[in-house]
Design a binder for this molecule. Sequence first.
Ligand code: MLT
Length: 317
Amino acid sequence: MTWRIFISDRIHEDGLARLREAEDVTEVVLKPGLTAAELARELAQGYHALVVRSRTKVTRELLEAAPALRVVGRAGVGVDNIDLEAARERGIVVVNAPEATTDAVAEHTLALLFAVARHIPQADASMKAGRWEKKAFMGVELAGKTLGIIGVGRIGAAVARRARGLGMQTLGYDPYLSAEALAARGVEPVTDLAALLARSDVVSVHVPLTPETRGLLNAAAFARIKPGAIVLSTARGGVIDEEALLAALEDGRVAGAGLDVFEHEPPGATRLVTHPRVVATPHVAAQTREAQARVARDIADEVLAALRGRPLRWRVV
Ligand code: MLT
C-alpha cells in the first residue's frame, strides 16, 4: 500500500526529507497556517497521516472529516491539542516524539531560572537605555538552594541533573513514580505537594496538562509556597493558575517567575507577562535547531512505522 501524508504545522527539513524519500509515500503536503475548516477540507481528500505541532487543534470534528486517516503524529511532546478519546474511538493511532526536546527544554528552564535570579533581561534593558544601575540588580545565588520539581519525567529529571551540577538540592513530587524511582532520577522523593512547596526556593513545573493537573498551582498552593520562592514553568499553560500566580507576585510571596507557557497563547501583554519580576518567553523552550531536527526525524520515522504496521516507540493512543 502507498501513503499520502499531510503536515499542517512547519517541521524541520530533515523530517520532510525522510517522508518524501520513503518509497511507499506518494504525496507529502506541507500547508501550515490553515483554518480548522480549510484543514478539514484537505483531510477529506483521503490523507492517511497528519503531522502537527501544537498550533493545529486536532478536534473530534477534524478527525470525523478525515475518512482515510490512520495516524496523527505530534512533532513534540504535549498531546493536549489532540482529542485522544476521539482518535481512540475511530481507531486512529496517535504518536509523539517525546525524547527529542528533553535537553532543549531543560536548558531553557535553567535559562529562565538564571534570568529571574540575576535580573538579566531587566539589566540588559537598562544598559540598552544607556544606564549603569548596579544597585538595582541585586540577585540571589542558586548554589545551596533547593529546587522542587513537580513531575519527574524525562524533562524533570534532566532539570534535576543540571541543577545538581549547580550545587542545588533537588526535591521531586510525582504521584506516578515510586520513591525508589524518584531517588533513581536524582531527586529526594516528596509525597506531598504542599511539603515540596514549603521547602523549595525554586519550584519548577514539568507535568502535562490534564484534567488532574489543570490549576495544580492555584491560590491554595501559592498560600503554601515558601516566601520568596521563584516559580518556573516550561510545561503547559493551565497547570499554573495565572491569576493566583499574579496575586502571589503582587503580595511578594513569590519573588519572581520564569514562564514559557501560558493558558492562552499568545497571551498578549497581560499583567502577568508585563509584571516586572516575570521573565516571559513565547513557548520556545523546545525551539533549538538540534531539538527541532531530532523531533522532525523522530516523528517521520514513527509515522512511517505506524502506517506500515511496525512496532511503535511512542504510541500515545
Ligand atoms: C512540546 O510539547 O513538544 C513543546 O511544548 C513544544 C511544542 O509545543 O511544540
